[in-house]
Unconditional design. Structure first.
Length: 119
């Protein structure tokens, strides 16, 4: 991921919310987050800055996924991303999700992400 850039823009077009006593539901909701590895932070769709606690790349032998990136934020939110094109021949895009644990009636939110390096 980092060979394509240190600043990435990720977009989402829906949010899946899971409540404590009912099933999960999906609703349309558009937004953008920015991953900035140079400054070790994520800026969410409201403009709030979240420090990146740690990030790393992992690969599992025999997995069809070439490698994946895990980004843990100081808020206990997690971003999982994998390359849309593992070889980087056709695309620099990475796809994945941002998981946000919550306290209260809503216990978890998931945002499907499409990420691309800023040019």
């Amino acid at each position: 991921m980092w060979r394509s850039g240190l600043v990435w823009t990720c977009t989402f077009s829906s949010i899946i919310q899971c409540e404590r006593s009912t099933d999960c539901t999906s609703r349309p909701d558009e937004g953008t987050i920015q991953l900035n590895y140079r400054d070790n932070r994520l800026v969410d769709d409201t403009g709030t800055i979240h420090p990146i606690k740690r990030h790393y790349v992992q690969a599992v032998a025999g997995s069809p996924i070439g490698s994946e990136v895990k980004i843990e934020l100081a808020t206990n939110e997690v971003v999982w991303l994998s390359a849309a094109d593992g070889g980087g021949t056709f695309s620099d895009n990475w796809i994945g999700a941002m998981l946000s644990p919550k306290a209260g009636v809503i216990v978890q939110e998931l945002r499907p992400l499409i990420c691309a390096p800023e040019k």
